[in-house]
Design a protein around this ligand. Sequence first.
Ligand code: E4P
Length: 217
Amino acid sequence: MKIFIDSGNLRDIESLVPLGIIDGVTTNPSLLAKEKEDPKAIIKKICRLVQGPVSAEVVATDAPGMVSEGRELAKIDEHVVVKVPFTREGLKAIKTLSDEGIRVNVTLIFSAPQALFAAKVGAAYVSPFVGRLDDISSDGLTLVRQIVEIFDQFDFGTEVLAASMRGPLHILEAARMGAHVATCPPAVIEACLKHPLTDIGLKKFLEDWEKAQAAKV
Ligand code: E4P
């Protein structure tokens, strides 16, 4: 499963890319609004850093506006994937952009039929929002499972990108279900790097080693 960073923060991305586990990045208007720099400049820098798919979202809500914004975003860098929200207008824009060879990540997916329709119009990725469904006492991971099951029956070529990941268990379960990608906030990736038994075990190995060295002197 591919791991994307869900962030618009260059420092966070710079610190995680050298680990070698990062395949791409997703941003959204809320994430980019937190940063001071021009959003297009940030997207360009992220593309250079990651050298993999980087989702940049349109903010227009009508199909012609989404299409022209999407075309502009795609010109920023070859790695840009245009993020389009799942709406009636969004569907028309996804079809047009996909037909032009521009990769589209369909965002704000909250039901399996939405994912199916997005795949039918050529989406490269669909993004079910796991955490936001959990927030309203629904089961976000069940949605991921349903979409993976549907995509396994057909030959859409659309990848399931589990989004709105709130913790390591979301990543674990998305991987077990066969989601192609999980996009994770930096803090969630950091949480996966740590295990108290690893720390305790390493400390003991090093102490034993030091003791043995001292005894030999
Ligand atoms: C996906 O691409 C979105 O940017 C993201 O996962 C939203 O997650 P949130 O619910 O934590 O805002």
